[in-house]
Ligand binder design. Sequence first.
Ligand code: FES
Ligand SMILES: [Fe+2]
Length: 358
Amino acid sequence: MDDLYAPPSTDRTDPKRPLAAARALDPTRYVGAEALALDQREILSRGWQVVAPASALSEPGDHIVREIGGVPILLVRNGEGRLNGFLNICRHRAGPLALCDGEGAKRLRCAYHGWAYDLDGHLRTAPEMQAADGFDHRDIALERIETEVWNGLVFARTRLGPGFADIMAGIDDIVPTGALDGLNHHHSRIYDVACNWKVYVDNYLEGYHLPFVHPDLTQVVSYPDYKTELARFWSLQRSPVDAETEAYAAGEALYFFIYPNTMLNILPGRMQTNRVVANGPDACRVEFDFYYADGEAGRAEADDAFSDSVQDEDRMICEHVQKGLASGAYQPGRLSPDQEAGVWHWHNLLRDAYAACG
Ligand code: FES
Ligand SMILES: [Fe+2]
């Protein structure tokens, strides 16, 4: 047994190498509360990520609540049509301003003791605070976060990091402004997977596993024709969809991964966006939003059923991989230069981020 057991890796320098010499990321990055806290603080909080369709925030008072890097956030359209982003954390004792998505709010009233903020985040009323020395509601406002809207999708982040234009540079050459205009948000789904959030991303970034994990999907997308393109902060897997099915029209499938946790899956007449949310050291929650062109929404039911079966297959393999990574018996393996360029690119972005924060 001793001969078979590989000692845990201690190589936390985890060097960048050329693709042909590359190894996977150090397994200690996928395990434990410390690794999760680092990812939440230094990677997920600083990363632009898709949080909602702009159509969910089109009218004054429309609002959504999400979480970025473990921090509750709230986005709201104000009376003048401006999109505001805030931490969903009351300035009194950290209560929530909203508990769920909603429409038409006139005020953001904290659910704990009723402090009420206007849609620009300024505190307007605070019950029973008259006796507090020097308390002036005009001094108090919600903490703002940044938002951006790109092709009908709202992105947000909570801490400074690479700029939105730098992250998205070059995508407009493939998906120009307006290219997604005909797609309407249809429905959302959540998938919970018992693996570190990065295992889910790793798995997304290669088609290498398709013949083994997704035999049915392999009938639809042409895995040998997968092509991977790499930009600074995003990668794209392109695949012809040979045959029309109930779920998909034929054409080209574009699978964008935008660092650190957004995926755009664009097929003819259809788009699905994913955001991978860390939900514990070995748990993630993946938010799916489905969009269809007029006349294509009839595919939604078949699309959901197909998506469920693919996700079940990915969940199964990702949960096994998490156990392998956490075993202490795995050392980073070699990558396939033909099939895992996207994984290599993403692991190098992570290595850069880890190196930058020491
Ligand atoms: S925590 Fe918001 S009013 Fe008390
Ligand atoms: Fe998969």
